[in-house]
Design a protein around this ligand. Structure first.
Ligand code: SF4
Ligand code: FES
Length: 248
């Protein structure tokens, strides 16, 4: 395949940035989207030009690093996959592909397609954990019985990889699907109850502090989420928040 790529280039946080057109040739339909980007960067380096900066790590849908807006969709046109799992067979020879970074005030661009998502880490640090006594008297996890349905829902929520596609997709740049998933994975389990009140209050407060918008129930986040995180998690977070607020 031969393709035209329209890519957002931005030297740094203070650079205005602009779209730049590139041609890439001899792209196999079996390549992943990131492998296609590697081919482009090889061609740019061989020509003595600056390669395109983009984030990636695991390249197997686990780390959530490969944040990219492709043809106006977070993680591109396929469903249930991250950019690193997106295959070039989703495109046709001669296509023009537009590639942009996530757009949200709380995810400022560092360079080209790389954005700063440490706001997510600060939300996690505010309450996305449980405190466990590791003194040697730790209770065996299997000794606490958990209904299968709750365990499954907690596990589903825990599959959130913190990629930020939900924020990038939302017209309000809301992080509620991400925070809802993180709150839910603990709220559904007995181990999460001890710090439940403080957790939801602190995580929501940090989310607001970081400048994420509010949820207006559009549902775009659920559709673009590569891990299929359900809107049900936002509803659960709202319930948890209400319960915590009533406790004072
Ligand atoms: S909820 Fe989905 S889209 Fe949002 S950060 Fe988690 S995995 Fe990514
Ligand atoms: S590079 Fe890790 S999820 Fe894509």
């Amino acid at each position: 395949m031969n393709l035209t790529l329209k890519i957002w280039r931005q030297k740094g946080a203070n650079d205005k940035g602009r779209m730049v057109d590139y041609k890439v040739t001899d792209i196999s339909e079996h390549m992943s989207f990131l492998e296609m980007m590697d081919v482009l960067n090889e061609q740019l380096i061989n020509r003595g030009e600056e390669p395109v900066a983009f984030d990636h790590d695991c390249r197997e849908g686990i780390c959530g690093m490969c944040s990219m807006y492709i043809n106006g969709e977070a993680h591109g046109p396929d469903r249930g996959v991250t950019t690193c799992q997106l295959h070039m067979r989703m495109f046709k020879d001669g296509d023009t592909i537009t590639i942009e970074p996530w757009r949200a005030a709380a995810f400022p661009v560092i360079k080209d397609l790389v954005v700063d998502r440490t706001s997510f880490e600060r939300i996690q640090q505010a309450g996305g954990y449980i405190s466990v006594n590791t003194s040697g008297n730790t209770t065996d996890a299997n000794s606490i019985l958990i209904p299968k349905e709750d365990a499954d829902k907690a596990m589903d929520a825990a599959t959130c990889i913190g990629c930020g596609a939900c924020v990038a997709t939302c017209k309000n740049s809301s992080a509620m699907l991400f925070v809802g998933a993180k709150v839910s994975q603990y709220a559904l389990l007995p181990q999460g109850q001890v710090e439940a009140t403080e957790r939801v209050k602190n995580m929501v407060a940090q989310m607001d502090l970081e400048g994420f918008g509010n949820c207006t129930n559009t549902g775009a986040c659920e559709i673009e989420c590569p891990k299929g995180i359900s809107l049900e998690n936002i509803a659960r977070m709202n319930t948890e928040f209400l319960k915590a607020s009533l406790k004072g």
